[in-house]
Structure formats: structure tokens, C-alpha cells
Design a binder for this molecule. Structure first.
Ligand SMILES: Cc1cc2nc3c(=O)[nH]c(=O)nc-3n(C[C@H](O)[C@H](O)[C@H](O)COP(=O)(O)OP(=O)(O)OC[C@H]3O[C@@H](n4cnc5c(N)ncnc54)[C@H](O)[C@@H]3O)c2cc1C
Length: 442
């Protein structure tokens, strides 16, 4: 059974590793990868001794302990990782507010604290006593869940920055399990100054000691390298008479695609127009990341900081990259990673972005210009899935067509799920089980 895996990101690589571990011959697998190195969104880059994750700071954590261990084992096991406590803050004027925001109300100026608390209690009362249902659009959902004060002081501006569109155009469906949901007692305690944590899910995380997050996908790729065709973009996919697929003219029995669904119509000319339109219409955001190398020996033990407010510039998150592992910066230096999103399909922001980003971060008193050694920039086209109101219908049309035509759709943009890398591995594990069963039954 000849299997083509399109894309050598964490999804394609982990699928290949699991198929081999399950007994499939390596020679039966071919991975097609457009980039010169494997890893996809998990890639990292090193410049003058500073290493950063090109699509935004990545951390390793998972509710599935077996998967997390498997991922660590790919890159050398426990000893190859450092464990860190998550210290995350929100920059609010000249203050640091505990994250999640509703567990940090006590850190706010008095009036903002009052407005947020009042709104939170009103929203809780409406839900708890009157049983109001979660609204379908994200802007209304924020008010339903957090109230007017938190909406205005944090949720609205932060989400407008990251999603780059009016929040009523977004569905509230993606927030389940993603936006922290604190008990009211914790919020009240936090507001009067009793520390409550909230959101313990990623309270501690792992990160590769060396090489950035890419060390994980490098580890996966090592034993597969003979079968990964780098710098080999898939340009042409044609359904074969026998039910298989031809990839760039080469026949395969099974086709697994981790490529963004948005790209498939250009590769499959025979795709029906309605399906092609659905795939092309799937919304996404892109990201620019800026590594800021700093001539500064030490800085607070922070993991990352959210910059929610427009006056803080275009950056939505500053990752304290060199705090993830001491190996990510030369001795005595530190690094920040700034993230700025832009709408998928829009022109890539020019040089003015760097000026605005640095001015915003300096204005928030997180760095001083004199400390900057250099800035390195990366752009990642497919970064965030945008849950607009059309997403579910479009994705269903896309995936139903893939299933009917024997394309195994896998991965964050391959299946259009808001997946972290561990969830990609979990999905790959399920698909590997199915394919191995099929191989066994002949
Ligand atoms: C800002 C941000 C922060 C994140 N933080 C975390 C985190 O902290 N922890 C975590 O676990 N996850 C995190 N993630 C998610 C994680 O990066 C993804 O879930 C994961 O990397 C997706 O892997 P994938 O293999 O599905 O897709 P991709 O990595 O996108 O892989 C697809 C591959 O296909 C290749 N390709 C595309 N077109 C073609 C073509 N025509 N021919 C051949 N190859 C092609 C691409 O080059 C790429 O290598 C984050 C993501 C972002 C954007």
C-alpha cells in the first residue's frame, strides 16, 4: 500500500512515524514538503545565537499524557526538555494584571475594577437566575459570559487585535474549552485581592532545551528523512481510475493531505465549483513574528504578556522567548518574540509594522530601544483558523467531498480545526490506526 502524505509538519510527520511503528515499510511512505525543512508551523529559526519559533511562541503541553510523552520521546526524551511554570500577564497601562483577566480584577485601577466586577456579576446573574442561553456571535457571547466591563477593558480590544474583524462576524462556537471559565467565587475573591489562579490547564509546560520547538519535529523527521521530499511542492492531484491518486503524476493507493484546505482547489482542477468555492472561502489569519534580540542580562520570569489595547501598538502577545530555555539566547542576552496577526489574503505588512510594533512595546515599558541588538522577522501565511459564521458549512462541504474522494484530511489547516500540535498528533494516531487496519486486511 503506497501512501502519499502531503506536508511534513507535525501532523504528516507523526502519522508517518506511527505508521512505521505499526509495521508499515518506510519505503511505502512518501512525504511531499514544499519547504526546504520539515516542521511546518512548528519550525524555529536561529539567528546569531538567538532561537525563536517562527509562527509564534510554542509550548508543549497536553491533556493526553501519553501523547505528550510520545512527543518528548521523539526529541530525546525528558532530559531534552525543560519544564517551566506558566507566568502570564496582561499589560494594562503601567500595571501587570494576572491572567486570566477575570482572575486578575484585583490588579486593576479602582474604577475599571468596579466596572468589570459589576458587569461580571450582572452577567452571571442573568445566566444563573434567568437561564439565558449562549449567543451565537462572539461579541454578544463576550457580554453574556463576562459582562460589559470586561468586554470593554479587555475582551473586545484584545480579540479585535487578534482577529482583525468586527467580533459580531465571528461565531462563539470556537470558545468552548478555549476561553477560561472561572467560578464566580474565584472572581470575587480575586477582585478583593485574594489570589485565585484560574485556568490551570497549562500551569506548567515543557519546551525543548535546544533548537526551539522545531526540535520535536526534527526528532520525528530524523528517521524518515529518506522518504521526505523537501522543496517539493505538490502542484497537481489527479484521481486515478483504480481509486488511488496521482501526486505530481506519481501513483499512490492512499492520499493523506495536511495542506490547507484552501489550497486544494488549485491542485485539483476537477473539483466541483461549489466545493472549490467552499474551500477557498474558509477564513484564516496570517501572522508576522518579530524576534527582538536584547542586550539585557535578565528580565522577570515571565512566559508571555498580552497587550490588549490599541494604544499599545499592533502586537497582541510578547513571548519572553529566552525564558523558555537558557539555550535560546547567548549568555547574558535575552529575547522577546512579538506577534502581529493580519487577515489571510491581505498584503503582508511592510517595514512600518516593525516600527509600530517596537514603539508599542517600548510604550508599554517592556523594553528600551537602546537594548535592541537586532530584529528578525518571519511571516506565516496560515496561522489562525477564523471561526466566522460560514466556517461550519464550508468545512463540512470540503471534508465531505474529501471523504467521498478518498482524501484523508488531517491537521490544523488540513482538517480546519483549531488544533495545537498535541491534538494534531492525537488525530494522526487515530488515522494511523485506521490505515494500519486497512493495510492488514489487505
Ligand atoms: C501563533 C501560534 C501559536 C501556537 N502555539 C502553539 C503551542 O503553544 N503549542 C502547540 O502545541 N501548538 C501551537 N500552535 C499550533 C501548532 O503550530 C499547529 O497545530 C501545528 O504545527 C500544525 O501542524 P500541521 O502539520 O497540521 O500543519 P502545518 O504545520 O501547517 O504543516 C503543513 C505542511 O504542509 C506544507 N505545504 C503547504 N503547501 C504545500 C504544498 N503545496 N506542497 C507540499 N507541502 C506543502 C507546509 O510547508 C507545512 O510544512 C500554535 C500555532 C500558532 C499559529
Amino acid at each position: 500500500m503506497k501512501i502519499a502524505i502531503l506536508g511534513a509538519g507535525v501532523s504528516g510527520l507523526s502519522l508517518a512515524r506511527m505508521l512505521c511503528a505499526g509495521g508499515l515499510a518506510l519505503a511505502d511512505l512518501t512525504l511531499f514538503e514544499a519547504a526546504a525543512v520539515p516542521g511546518g508551523l512548528c519550525r524555529s529559526k536561529t539567528v546569531d545565537g538567538f532561537t525563536y519559533d517562527v509562527s509564534g511562541g510554542h509550548i508543549l503541553f497536553s491533556k493526553d499524557r501519553a501523547v505528550m510523552q510520545w512527543m518528548k520521546d521523539q526529541a530525546g526524551g525528558d532530559a531534552a526538555f525543560v519544564q517551566r511554570e506558566r507566568h502570564t500577564k496582561i499589560r494594562f497601562g503601567n500595571r501587570f494584571v494576572h491572567y486570566p483577566f477575570e482572575n486578575g480584577l484585583g490588579d486593576l485601577p479602582e474604577l475599571a475594577k468596579f466596572e468589570c466586577l459589576k458587569g461580571y456579576v450582572e452577567a452571571w446573574h442573568a445566566r444563573d437566575k434567568h437561564g439565558t442561553q449562549a449567543p451565537g456571535d462572539f461579541k454578544s457571547w463576550i457580554r453574556w459570559r463576562f459582562g460589559e466591563g470586561i468586554a470593554r477593558h479587555f475582551m473586545d480590544p484584545y480579540n479585535e487585535k487578534i482577529w482583525k474583524r468586527p467580533l459580531q462576524e465571528l461565531s462563539s462556537s470556537w470558545v468552548a474549552g478555549r476561553v477560561p471559565d472561572a467560578p464566580i467565587d474565584d472572581v470575587l475573591k480575586a477582585a478583593i485581592g485574594v489570589r485565585t489562579e484560574g485556568y490551570l490547564h497549562q500551569a506548567s509546560f515543557f519546551y525543548p532545551r535546544r533548537g526551539g520547538f522545531q526540535a520535536i519535529t526534527d526528532g520525528m523527521a530524523a528517521s524518515l528523512s529518506a522518504r521526505i521530499r523537501l522543496s517539493t511542492p505538490v502542484q497537481d492531484l489527479v484521481r486515478a481510475q483504480d481509486g488511488g491518486w496521482r501526486v505530481n503524476g506519481e501513483p499512490f493507493d492512499v492520499l493523506v493531505s495536511t495542506l490547507p484546505l484552501n489550497e486544494l482547489p488549485d491542485l485539483i482542477p476537477a473539483m466541483p465549483a461549489g466545493v472549490a468555492a467552499a474551500m477557498r472561502g474558509l477564513a484564516y489569519n496570517s501572522i508576522v513574528t518579530l524576534l527582538v534580540a536584547l542586550d539585557r542580562p535578565a528580565h522577570p520570569d515571565l512566559s508571555w504578556i498580552y497587550l490588549p489595547h490599541h494604544e499599545q501598538g499592533p502586537v497582541n502577545r510578547v513571548t519572553y522567548m529566552s525564558n523558555y530555555s537558557p539555550e535560546l539566547a547567548p549568555a547574558g542576552k535575552t529575547s522577546f518574540l512579538l506577534e502581529v496577526t493580519f487577515p489571510g489574503g491581505a498584503p503582508v505588512p511592510g517595514a512600518e509594522l516593525e516600527r509600530e510594533a517596537l514603539a508599542g512595546v517600548e510604550g508599554a515599558a517592556l523594553l528600551r530601544k537602546e537594548e535592541i541588538l537586532f530584529v528578525d522577522r518571519s511571516v506565516c501565511t496560515y496561522a489562525y483558523i477564523v471561526y466566522d459564521h460560514e466556517l461550519f458549512a464550508r468545512r463540512s462541504a470540503a471534508l465531505e467531498w474529501c471523504a467521498a474522494n478518498q482524501i484523508q484530511a488531517l491537521g490544523r489547516f488540513g482538517h480546519y480545526d483549531y488544533f495545537n500540535s498535541d491534538q494534531c498528533v492525537i488525530a494522526a494516531r487515530t488515522l494511523a490506526g485506521t490505515l494500519l487496519e486497512r493495510a492488514r486486511s489487505g
